[in-house]
Design a protein around this ligand. Structure first.
Ligand code: SF4
Length: 367
């Protein structure tokens, strides 16, 4: 399976916690961006993909006409006839009914909405550009535009957040009809407004862990399977594009800061809109061809993120050969001994208590 990721690096304003590559740009620049992105697409001409994911930034800022130009342009360059899934990320302040109806008419069937919270104070402190009402209206409008697959991003550990406000956010979103939740723990990254001026009411690490556990419990009670460290879905509603990524599949990313992994090579585009606009093919950097041992280690880390499915060493042996995975398996067994992983036959998984501390496990897994 191959995935196509399109990065739209524009936002209406910068959220206080955000370190993604996105900026506030003039409309003329956005117009030019689509042309340049399609020029980058030309360099991969003719490939076929099973999933399409338009992310950002804020893709809904494109508006209906630019989205149409983008998707039609991609369809002329790639074989997108047999897509199993097409997702677009939207933010409530810019996802009106024209945009959502256009997206649906172009074959997009899955929305990923940046809600983060439905609490007015939490939204304000996080610097989000939308209100609770706008988020709920977006879900309502999307449902009326025939979307049946709607995911919401929810942030865990926002300033002032409590288990009560988090439960309210999740309950109301679920009641409004979403079938997927991405629940990310807030971390304070360099270069963000929160880094420059940390909010006084940030939950402590322990409080954040408690909030995350309360979300896991609540989503479980509402029938959402915890299928990846930060992702939860009703049956049959997992994100196929991201599943392909976590299973070590191939994907191509277009746009500044987009990463690609294809044919045993990986590389990324530099995070510079200006350089990209000047010469989109000159920003590819960090190209690496990994040997089987290294590839197996990196894929193991991705697959361990799939908390239910886990890492199947029989499958890994089939893919990379026994010799390439022997030392990996020994490291995994050592982590089982230290109770940082559990083993069930040939499948390794994170224990439920290890989900929040998975990064320390992953560092041990990588040779
Ligand atoms: S909308 Fe998303 S990408 Fe844009 S600034 Fe906020 S968090 Fe970052």
């Amino acid at each position: 399976m191959r995935g196509l990721y399109i990065h739209i690096p524009f936002c209406v304003s910068k959220c206080h916690y955000c370190d993604f590559y996105s900026l506030v740009a003039a409309p003329e620049l956005v117009d030019r961006y689509i042309d340049v992105l399609l020029a980058e697409a030309d360099s991969y001409g003719g490939q076929s993909f099973a999933t399409l994911y338009i992310g950002g930034g804020t893709p809904s800022l494109l508006g209906p006409a630019r989205l149409e130009k983008l998707v039609n342009g991609l369809s002329r360059r790639f074989d997108l006839e047999h897509l199993h899934e097409a997702t677009i990320e939207v933010n409530p302040e810019s996802a009106g009914s024209d945009f959502l109806q256009t997206a649906y008419s172009l074959g997009v069937r899955r929305l990923s909405m940046g809600a983060q919270s439905l609490n007015a104070e939490e939204l304000r402190k996080a610097g989000r550009a939308h209100s609770r009402q706008q988020a709920l209206e977006t879900i309502d409008t999307a449902s009326h535009s025939s979307f049946q697959n709607i995911s919401a991003d929810v942030m865990i550990g926002l300033p002032g957040q409590t288990t009560h406000s988090l439960a309210d956010t999740l309950n109301i979103l679920i009641g409004a009809g979403i079938n997927h939740v991405s629940a990310y723990c807030l971390s304070i990254e360099e270069g963000t407004a929160f880094y420059r001026s940390p909010p006084p009411d940030l939950p402590s690490e322990d409080d954040q862990a408690g909030l995350f556990e309360s979300a896991v419990d609540m989503l479980g009670e509402r029938g959402f399977a915890h299928y990846e460290i930060s992702n939860f879905s009703l049956p049959g509603s997992q994100c196929l594009h991201n599943l392909n990524y976590w299973r070590g599949g191939d994907y191509i990313g277009l746009g500044p800061a987009a990463a690609s992994h294809s044919g045993g090579k990986r590389y990324r585009n530099a995070p510079s809109l200006q350089r990209y606009l000047d010469a989109p093919l000159s920003v590819r950097e960090g190209e690496e061809r990994l040997d089987d041992r290294r590839k197996a280690g990196e894929e193991a880390v991705l697959r361990l993120r799939l908390v239910e499915e886990g890492l199947d060493m029989k499958e890994m042996a089939g893919r990379y050969g026994r010799d390439s995975i022997n030392s990996l398996e020994a490291r995994l067994d050592e982590l089982v001994r230290l109770q940082m992983l559990v083993r069930d036959g040939c499948i390794f998984r994170l224990p439920p208590s290890g989900v929040l501390t998975s990064n320390s496990v992953f560092m041990e897994v990588i040779d």
